[in-house]
Design a protein around this ligand. Structure first.
Ligand SMILES: CCC[C@@H]1OC(=O)[C@@H](C)C[C@H](C)CCCCC(=O)CCC[C@@H](CC)/C=C/C=C(\COC)CC[C@@H](O)[C@@H](O)C[C@H](O)CNC1=O
Length: 154
């Protein structure tokens, strides 16, 4: 199905970028892309966002499995008939699998997108995280729109 293809494309792009970073940069090395805003910094994370739950690999496998089951259930139930929701779910699947593969084969997640927001160094993340966050935001927008429709039509 189309939205699973999107997930596969995200997954391939995520793994490709991580492979290039691992191959061409040493951990800690940083490349300036946009001065004071955007850098590629090779980093590893054994935790989740902001390195929470550092090293809890078993927990991450459980959470990943739960996330995938829920998202695939909604993809089969609703996502495949609704392009907006299907795209959002596809992005979440792609991002989840991207980080899962890292956790499975590397024991840690490769991060490299380093953004400074007003001098604050935002946690270094990767394509999979971006896809996850965008997917989650789109799902929230979808739910908000659905709720508005419900209220309107009673
Ligand atoms: C994005 C989810 C994180 C991703 O979750 C995953 O893999 C999922 C599939 C499995 C997790 C075990 C479960 C999610 C735990 C909840 C969580 O984490 C709260 C998230 C809030 C979110 C608001 C929407 C902030 C976002 C932050 C960041 C990303 O900003 C773009 C910083 C990312 C850097 O700390 C980077 O080192 C992280 C590293 O790459 C490992 N990534 C993960 O664990």
């Amino acid at each position: 199905m189309l939205y699973y293809l999107l997930a596969v494309i995200v997954l391939i792009f995520d793994q490709l970028t991580k492979w290039l970073i691992v191959k061409n940069m040493v951990i800690g090395q940083s490349t300036e892309l946009i001065p004071n805003i955007l850098y590629f910094t090779s980093s590893r994370n054994r935790g989740a966002a902001w390195s929470i739950l550092e090293g809890q690999r078993f927990f991450f496998f459980i959470i990943t499995a739960v996330v995938l089951v829920i998202v695939i259930y909604y993809m089969q139930k609703m996502g495949r008939f609704k392009p907006f929701l299907g795209t959002a779910l596809g992005l979440v699947i792609g991002g989840t699998l991207g980080n899962f593969i890292d956790r499975l084969f590397r024991g840690e997640v490769v991060d490299f997108i380093h953004v400074y927001i007003f001098k604050y160094s935002y946690p270094i993340f990767n394509v999979a995280d971006s896809s996850l966050v965008i997917g989650v935001i789109l799902i929230l927008i979808y739910m908000f729109i659905e709720e508005k429709k419900e209220k309107k039509h009673g």
